[in-house]
Design a binder for this molecule. Structure first.
Ligand code: AMP
Ligand code: ZN
Length: 469
């Protein structure tokens, strides 16, 4: 298959460099709260990449870390009055449950930063020994970016009007910083009182590794110095991935990643998703409004990964309708087949175009469109041709990680029991002409994301994303 590579800005064929297994790394979640559906755009697309490779007959080896040690996990574990381990274990479990609901395959290895401190210390020792790092006056260790001429290639910093000479002598100690702030970055952060119990001993003093280092150390441990592909959301290109390349190539040599796969951000109602804007959606919020994880997955597949995708209530409702249409057509196709189909070669039949879309730069919206065109074509088939079409459809669905609703009732709004009870109570108040109380309950329902519409003898409930924000 072909995929766009961020470093060379070209589409390239993906072939395992060892000729056997496609070995790839994805930056995982920072476990200090629930992952939002923007995070899941990235994780779902990475899952589709893996599934597409596997459906095409390529074995994969997938490593994704858990960031359980950084400024944010420490800060919020303390706010919660829990140990870092207890706090991050709970959010990791929530992340895994969400991944399961979204049908994302678990990675083959999922290492955490806290469990890999010795590997991170060893990498700093190698960088210090080779003159790529220095101990600052504060006891922190910094990577000297002037010592690595390749710095900035991935994010094409040479195309930006930045004076590298001026910025190279500055330092950043925070885990996250912006592109205009190119500076030596922390490999090791000296112990501070606010870190509490979260510090380790190293030859240059107590402290903890900087955030960028964990991925380099895990990659060296589980994938070695050269592997097939590295991935994350676009926000990770700079500085995180740029810093990973610098650390890994200076400490270990090798080519690091042969391909870079970055997923463009998910927007909500046309804007950035953020906690402070209150438009940060999780699977839990959406389930409370009656939307299934598969509907969310369908929405996330509806945009090409190199373009921003706008998340709206309409797109979720559209996904519900599309999934139920798809399920109905697939059932009709399956009903035509009796007995075991007999055909030798594995082909896609009318779903060839859908499969080709995936092979062509992971074009998921193209694949969804191809499924509907294929279903129209397949409706005229019978016998072995219909059986082959169904097998082709199932292979494309497997690559997309889509499971279809099973019965014809699927596709209807699922109203949670507590909302249903509240709506019923309001209806009874309305019948009793208790307008004030009934309006109060209407407002309560709206606050929980449900709009009530009254007809003469009945009412209906529709989910409303607007009231979430
Ligand atoms: P984090 O938990 O913040 O470390 O992020 C986990 C993954 O989600 C990273 O690969 C991020 O680049 C990615 N990510 C964060 N926000 C978004 C978004 N709005 N759309 C798509 N991916 C995102
Ligand atoms: Zn990383």
């Amino acid at each position: 298959m072909r995929l766009f590579d961020t470093l060379t800005r070209t589409e390239r064929n993906l072939r395992p460099i060892d000729g056997a297994t496609f070995r790839f790394y994805c930056c995982g979640p920072t476990v200090y709260g629930p992952a939002h559906i923007g995070n899941f755009r990235t994780f779902v697309l990475q899952d589709v990449l893996r599934r597409t490779l596997e459906t095409g007959g390529i074995r994969t080896f997938h490593v994704r870390n858990i960031t359980d040690l950084d400024d944010k996990t420490i800060r919020d574990s303390q706010k919660a009055g829990q140990s870092l381990a207890e706090f991050t274990a709970a959010w990791s479990a929530q992340f895994h449950a969400d991944c399961d609901r979204l049908c994302c395959l678990p990675p083959h290895i999922e290492p955490g930063a806290v469990a890999h401190i010795p590997q991170q210390i060893a990498m700093i020792e190698a960088l210090l020994a080779k003159g790529h790092a220095y101990v600052g006056g504060d006891g922190s260790v910094y990577f000297k970016i002037a010592s690595f001429p390749g710095y900035g290639r991935l994010s094409h910093l040479d195309e930006r009007e930045l004076d590298l000479g001026k910025t190279q002598n500055t330092r950043a100690n925070a885990d996250e910083y912006e592109k205009d702030n190119i500076s030596d970055f922390a490999l090791w952060k000296a112990r501070r009182p606010e870190d509490g119990e979260n510090f380790w001993s190293a030859p240059w003093g107590d402290g903890r590794p900087g955030w960028h280092l964990e991925c380099s150390a895990m990659i060296q441990e589980y994938l070695g110095d050269s592997f097939d592909l590295h991935s994350g959301g676009v926000d990770l290109v700079f500085p995180h991935h740029e810093n990973e390349i610098a650390q890994s190539q200076c400490a270990c040599g090798g080519n690091f990643a042969a391909n870079w796969f970055h997923i463009t951000h998910l927007l909500v109602d046309g804007g950035k998703m953020s906690k402070s804007l209150g438009n940060l959606h999780t699977l839990g919020d959406l389930a409370a409004r009656g939307f299934s994880p598969m509907e969310v997955r369908y929405v996330l597949l509806g945009g090409h990964y190199r373009k921003p995708l706008n998340f709206t209530l309409d797109s979720l409702s559209g996904a519900r309708e599309a999934l139920s249409k798809l399920a109905k057509a697939a059932r009709q196709l399956a009903a035509k087949i009796d007995g075991e189909p007999c055909f030798g070669t594995v082909e896609f039949g009318p779903f060839q175009a859908a499969w080709d879309s995936l092979q062509n730069d992971l074009n998921t919206p193209g694949a969804l469109g191809g499924i509907f065109t294929g279903l129209r074509e397949a409706s005229a088939l019978s016998g072995d041709a219909a059986a082959m079409a169904l097998a082709g459809l199932n292979r494309v669905l497997r690559a997309l990680g889509l499971t279809l609703p099973e019965d014809s009732s699927a596709g209807e709004v699922v109203v949670p029991a507590d909302i249903q009870a509240l709506a019923e109570q309001r209806w009874q108040l309305r019948l009793a002409k208790n307008w004030a109380k009934s309006d109060e309950l209407r407002a309560a329902l709206a606050a929980q994301g449900w709009l009530v519409k009254d007809a003469k003898d009945a009412y209906s409930l529709t989910p409303s994303l607007g009231s979430l924000t």
